[in-house]
Design a protein around this ligand. Structure first.
Ligand SMILES: Nc1ncnc2c1ncn2[C@@H]1O[C@H](COP(=O)(O)OP(=O)(O)OP(=O)(O)O)[C@@H](O)[C@H]1O
Ligand SMILES: [Mg+2]
Length: 155
Protein backbone atom coordinates (compact mmCIF):
# COMPACT_ATOMS: atom_id res chain seq x y z
CA UNK A 1 0.00 0.00 0.00
CA UNK A 2 1.28 3.49 -0.65
CA UNK A 3 0.41 6.83 0.78
CA UNK A 4 -0.09 9.87 -1.41
CA UNK A 5 -0.96 12.63 0.98
CA UNK A 6 -4.41 11.87 2.35
CA UNK A 7 -5.22 9.21 -0.21
CA UNK A 8 -4.23 5.58 -0.59
CA UNK A 9 -4.90 3.61 -3.75
CA UNK A 10 -4.60 -0.13 -4.06
CA UNK A 11 -5.90 -2.12 -7.01
CA UNK A 12 -5.66 -5.89 -7.09
CA UNK A 13 -6.21 -7.90 -10.26
CA UNK A 14 -6.09 -11.70 -10.26
CA UNK A 15 -5.62 -13.45 -13.59
CA UNK A 16 -4.65 -17.12 -13.82
CA UNK A 17 -1.80 -17.56 -11.34
CA UNK A 18 -0.79 -13.94 -11.44
CA UNK A 19 -1.69 -11.21 -9.01
CA UNK A 20 -0.98 -7.64 -9.92
CA UNK A 21 -0.86 -5.05 -7.20
CA UNK A 22 -0.75 -1.54 -8.55
CA UNK A 23 0.12 1.10 -6.06
CA UNK A 24 -0.28 4.55 -7.55
CA UNK A 25 0.05 8.06 -6.32
CA UNK A 26 0.31 11.54 -7.73
CA UNK A 27 4.08 11.27 -7.55
CA UNK A 28 6.13 9.89 -10.44
CA UNK A 29 6.89 6.71 -8.52
CA UNK A 30 4.61 3.83 -9.46
CA UNK A 31 5.24 0.34 -8.17
CA UNK A 32 3.77 -2.92 -9.44
CA UNK A 33 4.14 -6.40 -8.04
CA UNK A 34 3.50 -9.46 -10.21
CA UNK A 35 3.42 -12.95 -8.76
CA UNK A 36 3.87 -16.20 -10.68
CA UNK A 37 6.86 -18.50 -10.23
CA UNK A 38 8.66 -15.34 -9.23
CA UNK A 39 7.59 -12.20 -7.43
CA UNK A 40 8.40 -9.38 -9.83
CA UNK A 41 8.79 -5.92 -8.38
CA UNK A 42 8.43 -3.25 -11.05
CA UNK A 43 9.82 -0.10 -9.60
CA UNK A 44 11.10 2.93 -11.47
CA UNK A 45 13.37 1.79 -14.29
CA UNK A 46 13.92 -1.66 -12.79
CA UNK A 47 12.29 -5.08 -12.67
CA UNK A 48 13.51 -7.22 -9.77
CA UNK A 49 12.51 -10.88 -9.83
CA UNK A 50 12.54 -12.97 -6.63
CA UNK A 51 12.05 -16.74 -6.98
CA UNK A 52 9.22 -18.24 -4.93
CA UNK A 53 9.75 -21.83 -6.04
CA UNK A 54 12.51 -24.10 -7.30
CA UNK A 55 11.29 -23.46 -10.83
CA UNK A 56 11.51 -19.69 -10.28
CA UNK A 57 15.02 -20.08 -8.87
CA UNK A 58 16.10 -22.13 -11.92
CA UNK A 59 14.59 -19.51 -14.23
CA UNK A 60 16.54 -16.73 -12.50
CA UNK A 61 19.80 -18.69 -12.71
CA UNK A 62 19.16 -19.45 -16.40
CA UNK A 63 18.52 -15.78 -17.17
CA UNK A 64 21.75 -14.78 -15.43
CA UNK A 65 23.64 -17.49 -17.33
CA UNK A 66 22.25 -16.48 -20.74
CA UNK A 67 22.91 -12.78 -20.19
CA UNK A 68 26.54 -13.57 -19.27
CA UNK A 69 26.88 -15.80 -22.33
CA UNK A 70 25.26 -13.28 -24.70
CA UNK A 71 26.15 -9.93 -23.14
CA UNK A 72 24.34 -6.99 -24.74
CA UNK A 73 22.33 -9.19 -27.12
CA UNK A 74 19.59 -6.76 -28.18
CA UNK A 75 16.82 -9.40 -28.15
CA UNK A 76 17.27 -9.87 -24.39
CA UNK A 77 16.20 -7.35 -21.77
CA UNK A 78 19.45 -6.24 -20.12
CA UNK A 79 20.24 -7.74 -16.72
CA UNK A 80 22.02 -5.38 -14.33
CA UNK A 81 22.82 -8.13 -11.83
CA UNK A 82 21.84 -11.68 -10.93
CA UNK A 83 22.51 -13.24 -7.57
CA UNK A 84 21.42 -16.69 -6.53
CA UNK A 85 18.43 -16.69 -8.88
CA UNK A 86 17.40 -13.12 -8.01
CA UNK A 87 17.47 -10.99 -11.14
CA UNK A 88 17.48 -7.23 -11.63
CA UNK A 89 16.55 -6.25 -15.18
CA UNK A 90 15.79 -3.04 -16.99
CA UNK A 91 12.06 -2.41 -16.85
CA UNK A 92 10.50 -2.50 -20.30
CA UNK A 93 7.13 -1.48 -21.71
CA UNK A 94 4.49 -4.16 -22.36
CA UNK A 95 4.36 -5.53 -25.89
CA UNK A 96 2.34 -3.32 -28.22
CA UNK A 97 -1.14 -4.79 -28.83
CA UNK A 98 -0.64 -4.29 -32.58
CA UNK A 99 2.15 -6.86 -32.72
CA UNK A 100 0.56 -9.83 -34.48
CA UNK A 101 1.04 -13.50 -33.59
CA UNK A 102 2.81 -13.90 -36.90
CA UNK A 103 5.27 -11.11 -36.14
CA UNK A 104 5.91 -12.58 -32.70
CA UNK A 105 6.54 -16.01 -34.15
CA UNK A 106 8.94 -14.50 -36.69
CA UNK A 107 10.72 -12.70 -33.84
CA UNK A 108 10.90 -15.92 -31.81
CA UNK A 109 12.61 -17.65 -34.74
CA UNK A 110 15.10 -14.77 -35.07
CA UNK A 111 15.89 -15.02 -31.36
CA UNK A 112 16.50 -18.78 -31.34
CA UNK A 113 18.74 -18.42 -34.38
CA UNK A 114 21.07 -16.27 -32.26
CA UNK A 115 20.41 -18.00 -28.94
CA UNK A 116 19.88 -21.73 -29.58
CA UNK A 117 19.48 -22.43 -25.83
CA UNK A 118 16.02 -20.84 -26.13
CA UNK A 119 14.78 -23.42 -28.61
CA UNK A 120 12.96 -25.49 -26.04
CA UNK A 121 9.98 -27.76 -26.70
CA UNK A 122 6.83 -26.63 -24.88
CA UNK A 123 8.40 -23.30 -24.04
CA UNK A 124 6.70 -20.09 -23.02
CA UNK A 125 8.32 -17.94 -25.72
CA UNK A 126 4.92 -18.20 -27.44
CA UNK A 127 3.39 -16.29 -24.55
CA UNK A 128 3.03 -12.53 -25.30
CA UNK A 129 3.47 -11.69 -21.62
CA UNK A 130 7.09 -12.77 -21.86
CA UNK A 131 7.84 -10.07 -24.42
CA UNK A 132 8.12 -6.32 -24.14
CA UNK A 133 9.37 -3.21 -25.91
CA UNK A 134 12.70 -1.58 -25.16
CA UNK A 135 14.28 1.20 -27.22
CA UNK A 136 11.39 0.75 -29.70
CA UNK A 137 12.35 -2.87 -30.31
CA UNK A 138 10.62 -6.13 -29.37
CA UNK A 139 12.59 -7.82 -26.60
CA UNK A 140 12.34 -10.98 -24.53
CA UNK A 141 11.87 -10.24 -20.82
CA UNK A 142 11.52 -13.84 -19.62
CA UNK A 143 14.39 -15.98 -20.85
CA UNK A 144 14.67 -18.36 -17.93
CA UNK A 145 13.43 -21.33 -19.94
CA UNK A 146 15.46 -24.53 -20.30
CA UNK A 147 14.48 -28.16 -21.00
CA UNK A 148 14.51 -28.83 -17.21
CA UNK A 149 12.22 -25.87 -16.51
CA UNK A 150 9.89 -26.82 -19.39
CA UNK A 151 9.60 -30.36 -17.99
CA UNK A 152 8.48 -28.89 -14.66
CA UNK A 153 5.52 -27.20 -16.42
CA UNK A 154 4.24 -30.55 -17.68
CA UNK A 155 5.07 -32.52 -14.50
N1 LIG B 1 11.96 -6.41 -17.28
C1 LIG B 1 10.64 -6.29 -17.13
N2 LIG B 1 10.01 -5.12 -17.43
C2 LIG B 1 8.67 -5.01 -17.27
N3 LIG B 1 7.86 -5.98 -16.81
C3 LIG B 1 8.43 -7.15 -16.49
C4 LIG B 1 9.85 -7.38 -16.62
N4 LIG B 1 10.11 -8.63 -16.21
C5 LIG B 1 8.94 -9.17 -15.85
N5 LIG B 1 7.91 -8.30 -16.01
C6 LIG B 1 6.48 -8.52 -15.73
O1 LIG B 1 6.36 -9.57 -14.78
C7 LIG B 1 5.69 -10.71 -15.37
C8 LIG B 1 6.34 -12.00 -14.86
O2 LIG B 1 7.71 -11.96 -15.21
P1 LIG B 1 8.45 -13.27 -15.77
O3 LIG B 1 7.66 -13.81 -16.92
O4 LIG B 1 9.86 -12.94 -16.02
O5 LIG B 1 8.32 -14.18 -14.48
P2 LIG B 1 8.02 -15.72 -14.41
O6 LIG B 1 8.07 -16.10 -12.99
O7 LIG B 1 8.95 -16.39 -15.36
O8 LIG B 1 6.55 -15.84 -14.93
P3 LIG B 1 5.88 -17.06 -15.72
O9 LIG B 1 6.43 -18.33 -15.17
O10 LIG B 1 4.42 -16.82 -15.47
O11 LIG B 1 6.27 -16.82 -17.17
C9 LIG B 1 5.83 -10.50 -16.89
O12 LIG B 1 4.80 -11.13 -17.63
C10 LIG B 1 5.77 -8.99 -17.00
O13 LIG B 1 4.42 -8.54 -16.94
MG1 LIG C 1 7.09 -15.36 -17.83
Amino acid sequence: MCADGNRRTVLTICKKQSITLICSSNSIATMKIKVSTRVVLLIGKYAIKFPVSKRGWMQGCNEGYLWKKYPSNTWLVPILWEWNGIVCQRRVKPLDKNVSRRKLEYTRLQVIKQIPELEVYNCDLHNRENWGTYNNKIVLLDYGISPDVANMYTA
